[in-house]
Design a protein around this ligand. Structure first.
Ligand code: NAD
Ligand code: ZN
Length: 378
């Protein structure tokens, strides 16, 4: 089959690789119909995630048609249309049974964290879904079966695999409530969805920050948020604090490590300077109101030492973070999409065949061709 493979930092290649096979009795094999490139894939692409090796198949936002099921699979059958969550989760352990599927006890032998599809040997070593076929472990738990009468195109459903429930979790975990002022850092796909959900949760003011003009413009036009370009305002943190009279109730960081700004070699230096750095997290610590919450959705894929603990302690800040537990949110958000409560498709700018996936990585990572979100169709 054809698949997008990692070939070292900043190199990916579409190659012919062996078809995946059922390995365990509750595995399924899915023929992928649509699959997206995620900001999290850029952390891999930029060499920030340890445990990658040449020919590793990337991708964790897929959907498709069940091709084969193991003998113990009862939840899905051949021919079902399924959306595959990025969390690899057993469904049996304490964490899976308490809506914390991103920290499944049984999906990552390498470390005490959950496993994620297509996300390196550090997170379970599962081959990913930017491919024609995908092996999905725990077929009785993770896959969401699209009802036959759904009559919805892949594009409306695809992001239930990750960024729709991730953004929803971000506003829930961040505790966004009626009347709040919310600042969303980042206007990529995750930030743009987070802005929609902040409104749905009743925020009275939603402010978005980025430095890419076309993305800020998109945020303003489609999500009706106030937008600020941090490169155009001298002291962005002071400015945001002033216009919010002391900071936001909730700051949601939808950036994480940005290779262009807080590149690995720069992170330590900027942190050593203690403050004034453009790392999104540092900015968040300055623009959150006293007793407010910082929710990190963006991935910080390396040891983020020299943590500004005193700065957060003296202002009673709550800090929450992690990979989103997406599985238990899929039914609710499916229903909301069906009822047109929000439109997950307005972020899609590129639709490419899998053979053009390398181009997809180029435009998404370099923010070229006004790219926001790339969908691949194997
Ligand atoms: P993206 O790269 O398209 O978007 C990031 C945006 O942040 C870009 O537009 C960039 O210009 C902007 N940015 C960079 N530095 C900034 C700063 N200091 N302040 C404000 N904006 C800044 O990526 P995406 O697909 O939107 O993903 C965003 C993040 O969410 C990534 O780190 C990704 O790994 C993470 N993510 C996390 C989860 C989870 O479960 N926690 C799930 C999916 C994605
Ligand atoms: Zn993702």
């Amino acid at each position: 089959m054809k698949a997008l493979t990692y070939q070292g930092k900043k190199k990916v290649k579409v190659k012919d690789v062996a078809d995946p096979k059922l390995e365990k009795k509750d595995d399924i094999i899915v023929r992928i119909t649509s699959t997206a490139i995620c900001g999290s894939d850029l952390h891999i692409f930029n060499g920030e995630i340890p445990g990658m090796h040449d020919d590793y198949v990337i991708g964790h936002e897929p959907m498709g048609i069940v091709e084969e099921v193991g003998p113990e699979v009862t939840k899905v059958k051949k021919g079902d249309r399924v959306i595959i969550p990025f969390n690899v989760a057993c469904g049996q352990c304490f964490f899976c049974q308490h809506e914390m599927e991103s920290q499944c006890d049984n999906s990552n032998d390498a470390k005490d964290t959950g496993g994620y599809l297509g996300y390196s040997d550090t997170y379970g070593g599962f081959a990913g879904g930017q491919a024609e076929l995908l092996r999905v472990p725990y077929g009785n738990f993770g896959p969401f079966v699209v009802p036959e009468d759904a009559e919805m195109e892949d594009e409306r459903l695809l992001f239930l695999s990750d960024i729709v429930p991730t953004a929803w979790w971000g506003v829930e975990s961040g505790g966004v409530k009626s009347g709040d002022t919310v600042i969303v850092l980042g206007c990529g796909p995750v930030g743009l969805l987070t802005q929609k959900f902040a409104w749905i949760k009743g925020a009275s003011r939603v402010i978005a920050v980025d430095h890419i003009g076309y993305r800020l413009q998109h945020a303003k036009l489609t999500n009706n948020v106030e937008v600020y370009n941090f490169e155009e305002i001298k002291d962005i943190a002071a400015h945001l604090k002033e216009i919010t009279s002391g900071g936001a109730n909730v700051v949601i960081d939808c950036v994480g490590l940005d290779a262009k700004i807080s590149a690995l070699e720069k992170v330590e230096t900027t942190l050593k300077l203690q403050g004034g750095s453009l790392s999104a997290f540092r900015m968040a610590t300055d623009i959150v109101r006293k007793f407010g919450t910082i929710q990190l959705v963006g991935v910080y894929g390396l040891n983020y030492n020299m943590f500004p603990l005193g700065h957060l302690f003296e202002r009673n800040i709550t800090l929450k973070m992690g990979q989103a537990p997406v599985i238990h949110y899929m039914p609710l958000l499916y229903k909301m999409i069906k009822e047109n409560k929000f439109d997950p498709t307005d972020i899609i700018t590129h639709r490419l065949p899998i053979s053009k996936a390398e181009h997809g990585y180029d435009v998404f990572s370099e923010k070229k061709e006004d790219c926001i979100k790339v969908v691949l169709r194997p």
